[in-house]
Write a protein that binds this ligand. Structure first.
Ligand code: HEM
Length: 438
C-alpha cells in the first residue's frame, strides 16, 4: 500500500512537472487586448469604413487615392489593423506572389507606397483621420493611441518625399509642438522640452505668439512673446517677462527682462520613434537680459548688485529629452539646465552665495486622456545664489487644451517657493497661458 501511494505521489509529481514543462513550451498567449478594445473584427471593419471616407474627403491627401481600388485597400487595412492589434488575421497584401499562394513575397509598406511621393504632413494627415475615425466609432482614446503607436514607425517606410512649399504646412500632429513655457521656449509651463514649437514639419515652418500670466499671493508675472519653428529642427524664441510685487516692502517692485532662445533638435522623433526607447533630443540656449529694476527705492536698492547678484544678463544652456509613449498615453520629459539665473534671471545672475554655472534637473510628465488634452505635472530645480532669496524649486500641475492647431490654452497651479527674504512665504497661485499660431 505504502509503495503504491509513494508511486502515485511520484506520478502526480511527474505529471505536474510535465504539465508545467509543456505549459512553458507553449508560446505565450498573444496579447489581443488591443484587438478587443477595437471591437474585434466587426469593430475594425467599422473603423476602416469610417476612416476611408474621411481620407477621401481630406483635401490634404485625397488626390493620392484617385485611381486605386478602394475596396481592396479597405480589406487590406482591416487585415493589417487586425494583425497589428493581436487579432486572428494575417495581412496578406494585395500583390502577393500567387504561385506561392501567399507564402511568397508580400508587398511591404515601403514598396506599396514608394511611388506615391508621401511627405510627413501627408502621413500625419492620414494618422489624424484615423484618430478621428477611431473616436467616431467610440474606441477608447488609450486604444486609439495604441494603434497609432504601432503605425507611426511605418513613417520610415512610407514617407519618401520632401514637400517644398513656402506656406506653412501645419503638418505635425495636434499637440506635438507642445506649448510655450514661461521663458518663451517650446515645452510645458516651466520646463523647456525637446519639441520644436509650431506645427511645421521638417519640410515647413510654424510660429506662435503667447501670453502667460502667473499670479501668486504677493507677485505677478506676465510673459509674452513669439516662437518660430523651422523645419522641425530649429526654434527661435523671443520673450518679455514683467514681474511685479504687491506686498510691502516690495509692493512697488517692477522688474523686466527679455529672453532670446535658440533650440536645435539633435536626434530622435517624438512621434515616429514609438518602437524605440530613443527620446527626441534637443539642445538650447536662453540669453536673458535685464531691462528694468524699479520700485525698491524704499530699500535703497536701484541696481541688481545691491541685491547681491553679479550680473544683469546671463545664459542658460539646456539639454532636453522628450518621449511620447502613445502606447501608454504618456509624455515624459527630462531637461538638464546649466544656469546661474536667480528666479529665472528676474533677480539677476550669480550672487553672493555662488557664482558658477550649476546643473539643475527639470522634469515633466503628462497624461493624454484625449488627443486634445494633456494633464501633467512639472518640477524644476533652481540654484540658490542670493543671500536675500532662499530660492527653492518650482513645480506645478497643469491642464493643456488644444481645441485646434491655431490655439492652445494652459491652466496650472504653480508653486514657486520663497521669493526673497523680504517676503518669506511660499508663493503659489494660478498660471494661465494662451497661445495662437500655426
Ligand atoms: C500609417 C500610415 C499608413 C498605413 C498603415 C498604410 C497602409 C496601407 C495598406 C495596408 C495598403 C494596402 C496595400 C496592399 O494593397 O497590399 C495601402 C495602400 C495604399 N496607401 Fe497607404 N498606408 C499609410 C499611409 C498612407 C498615406 C499617408 C497615403 C497617401 C497620402 C497612402 C496611400 C496609399 C495608396 C494610394 C494605396 C494604394 C496603393 C496600391 O493599391 O498600389 N498610404 N496603405
Amino acid at each position: 500500500m505504502r509503495s503504491l501511494s509513494r508511486c502515485s505521489g511520484l506520478s502526480l509529481l511527474l505529471a505536474s512537472a510535465l504539465t508545467t514543462t509543456l505549459a512553458l513550451a507553449q508560446p505565450a498567449a498573444a496579447d489581443d487586448s488591443l484587438y478587443r478594445a477595437l471591437g474585434g473584427q466587426q469593430g475594425i471593419r467599422q473603423v476602416v469604413d469610417t476612416f476611408l471616407p474621411l481620407v477621401l474627403a481630406d483635401g490634404r491627401i485625397k488626390d493620392n487615392f484617385a485611381d486605386f481600388d478602394l475596396d481592396q485597400l479597405n480589406l487590406r487595412l482591416q487585415e493589417q489593423f487586425c494583425e497589428l492589434s493581436g487579432g486572428p488575421c494575417r495581412y496578406t497584401g494585395k500583390y502577393r506572389d500567387r504561385t506561392m499562394d501567399g507564402a511568397g513575397t508580400v508587398r511591404d509598406m515601403s514598396s506599396v507606397h514608394q511611388d506615391l511621393k508621401i511627405s510627413d504632413a501627408m502621413f500625419n494627415a492620414l494618422a489624424e483621420d484615423l484618430l478621428i475615425a477611431l473616436q467616431q466609432q467610440g474606441v477608447a482614446q488609450g486604444a486609439a493611441f495604441r494603434l497609432v503607436a504601432k503605425l507611426a514607425p511605418m513613417q520610415r517606410d512610407i514617407v519618401t518625399a520632401r514637400a517644398a512649399s513656402a506656406t506653412p504646412d501645419m503638418g505635425k500632429l495636434l499637440a506635438t509642438g507642445g506649448v510655450i513655457q514661461v521663458e518663451g521656449a517650446g515645452g510645458g509651463g516651466i520646463v523647456p522640452w525637446a519639441l520644436i514649437s509650431g506645427y511645421g514639419t521638417r519640410d515647413s515652418w510654424g510660429a506662435n505668439a503667447h501670453y502667460t500670466y502667473l499670479s501668486t499671493q504677493d507677485y505677478q508675472l506676465a510673459s509674452y512673446g513669439v516662437a518660430v519653428g523651422i523645419a522641425d529642427r530649429l526654434e527661435i524664441s523671443l520673450a518679455d517677462q514683467q514681474f511685479k510685487g504687491s506686498l510691502a516692502p516690495l509692493d512697488k517692485l517692477d522688474i523686466r527682462q527679455q529672453i532670446v532662445g535658440v533650440k536645435v533638435k539633435l536626434a530622435g522623433d517624438v512621434v515616429y520613434d514609438q518602437d524605440s526607447a530613443m527620446p527626441q533630443l534637443a539642445a538650447g540656449i536662453l540669453y536673458k537680459r535685464h531691462q528694468r529694476l524699479d520700485g525698491l527705492a524704499a530699500l535703497g536698492v536701484s541696481k541688481l548688485p545691491q541685491l547681491g547678484a553679479r550680473d544683469d544678463h546671463g545664459y542658460d544652456y539646456y539639454l532636453a529629452a522628450t518621449r511620447l509613449m502613445l502606447e501608454h498615453s504618456l509624455l515624459l520629459n527630462a531637461t538638464l539646465r546649466a544656469t546661474r539665473a536667480n528666479q529665472m534671471g528676474l533677480l539677476g545672475f550669480g550672487g553672493d552665495q555662488g557664482n558658477r554655472m550649476r546643473l539643475m534637473p527639470e522634469f515633466s510628465v503628462a497624461y493624454l486622456p484625449d488627443r486634445k488634452l494633456a494633464i501633467g505635472a512639472e518640477y524644476r530645480r533652481k540654484p540658490h545664489n542670493l543671500g536675500i532669496d532662499h530660492e527653492k524649486a518650482y513645480y506645478d500641475v497643469f491642464v493643456a487644451w488644444f481645441p485646434g492647431k491655431n490655439l492652445s490654452l494652459t491652466a496650472a497651479y504653480a508653486v514657486l517657493g520663497d521669493i526673497t527674504t523680504f517676503n518669506p512665504k511660499r508663493q503659489r497661485g494660478a498660471y494661465l497661458s494662451a497661445q495662437v499660431g500655426f
